[in-house]
Write a protein that binds this ligand. Sequence first.
Ligand code: ADP
Ligand code: AMP
Length: 214
Amino acid sequence: MKIIMLGAPGAGKGTQAKMIAEKCGIPHISTGDIFRANIKNGTELGAKAKGYMDQGLLVPDELVCDLVVDRIQQADCEKGYILDGFPRTIPQAKALEEALNAIGQKLDFALDIEVSDEHIINRMSGRRACVGCGATYHVIFNPTKVEGVCDICGDTLILRDDDKPETVEKRLEVYHSQTKPLIDFYAAENILAEIDGTQSMEKVFEDIMKILGV
Ligand code: ADP
Ligand code: AMP
């Protein structure tokens, strides 16, 4: 099963993608996680991406597309994958389509998690990310057992720089102008499914399972 996750920053794509990946036994590929790992490891790609990310802007398409196209051709993607945070622009969607056509594959589902901008601002200010393993939590909706400490690896939780309110506003603006057009793009391909992302995490997951037929 080949799935892409659409939705505003903070809509719950990562949260749901991890749950789907576990349930369906397919890899969760988050371009945001890949960039953050590169920044942490001090790579050239990380250095290039950081400036854009800190300002709430998208990393240029040419830095993202090849990376994803290579990743989805690795052995663990044979049974499928979930792309989380890619594509984010029409040129990225077209690059993905072209690459899939070349290897005789097609996407099965584009899951759009719908959450209004007002909800997003609250979600982002409460999101906490682990500096060690990248796991995400929410101070109210998905708290850790011990405040400020990751349940999975025990490392420290932080508020991501790009989750600060001024950057979130910029990211929402970028989402509306550059990423939202993908909804019509995938509706035209007949693979779009829309989910009410303001429901509890469990209910959102249940709705997704029905759509996937799992
Ligand atoms: P995205 O990957 O789309 O940027 P996340 O999955 O990281 O978003 O979710 C953003 C924040 O909202 C996180 O702190 C997460 O724990 C929380 N969250 C995710 N889904 C829900 C939900 N259905 N209800 C309340 N909070 C949620
Ligand atoms: P995310 O973790 O998905 O919210 O992504 C964090 C940041 O990484 C985004 O705000 C962008 O700056 C960058 N990023 C992640 N995925 C992409 C992509 N597909 N295209 C461009 N920039 C991206």
